[in-house]
Write a protein that binds this ligand. Sequence first.
Ligand code: KIV
Ligand code: ZN
Length: 385
Amino acid sequence: MKTVKFFDTTLRDGEQSPGVTLIPEEKLAIAKQLEKMRVNVIEAGFPIASDGDFNAVKMVADNIKEIEVAALCRCRKKDIDRAWDALKGAVNPRLHIFIASSPIHLKYKLKMTEDEVLNSAVEAIKYAKQYTDNIEFSAEDAARSDVDFLCRLLNAVIEAGAKVVNIPDTVGYIVPSEFGNLIKTIKENTPLIDQAEISVHCHNDLGLAVANSLAAIENGATQVEVSVNGIGERAGNAALEEIVMALYTRQDYYDMEITQDTTQIARLSKLVSNSTGMSIQPNKAIVGANAFAHESGIHQDGVIKERTTYEIMDAKTIGLEQNKLVLGKHSGRHALKDFLEKYDYELDDKTFNNFFKRFKDLADKKKNVSNADIFALLDNELYDY
Ligand code: KIV
Ligand code: ZN
């Protein structure tokens, strides 16, 4: 059965979210939770960026034993040396080397020709090989690159020793069918491609990061780069929990073995949100507060009768205790009765009908009806306050 590897970059690209800085201890706590979830690789940081980041990568590398730890570097000897210094204590270290490949980046940022970029990438990989064979190469802005040059570049870095070639959609520009075709074209036009793993790294500027990653998987990518809660530069990266749960929930379609422990998702998501200070929108897929909540009477009645009427995933699968029936103006008698039973109240029909009416009157005026509100209403009804 096929599997896809998860390369988590919460601690590197995720930390590049505006306003986010993680101290080494916070990075280590997140890394341990990622290890528990059994992602395959953690990208711990960009050691040349600061002494703090160097220390954080070192702390993660020295303490994470079960999975690979990666560090990012440009095609520069001093970056590679610094990254290796931070990584060398790891059981499974990976050097992640990148350079841009798109005409826009070559012209305005790097001021280099295609051949200069290719030579720089090949030299960097040859240099890094003195430290490890586990080398990943990323062609930054690959999705906006000339495909002939991209294939030539990927072939050259594989020949130089790269074991993973990563195809980033750095600015979140590409759309799913186009990205799927790009992966297919790379496979068909890069002679040495079978000697390397194909990875993808999708940004979410158009809200397509997860869809693009799935399209890439369907066309032969075997590693996806992701972040918890989808955090990262600008609109962020493909969300780890969304891709894991898409593959898990639609095994009938993807026919893939999921080796990650999905029950760690809720804890991991909260930990990242608390450590980064980035709150999660309530309707965020999988980990938003409303992802397993039902408010309308029809839906509540449905899930009370049979959960799968309105749920494609069981809340327990991601480590939550249960789904939530939220009591509000759209709720029906069934959900309210369920609530009362949970707290051992038995109301005769007449009392219940009066109580239900009071509840609806209140819910019409208030967005959130809390448990305390309901108990106050009950006291009113039962003791005639
Ligand atoms: O978005 C990007 O291109 C990156 C690379 C460094 C992999 O983050
Ligand atoms: Zn990125």
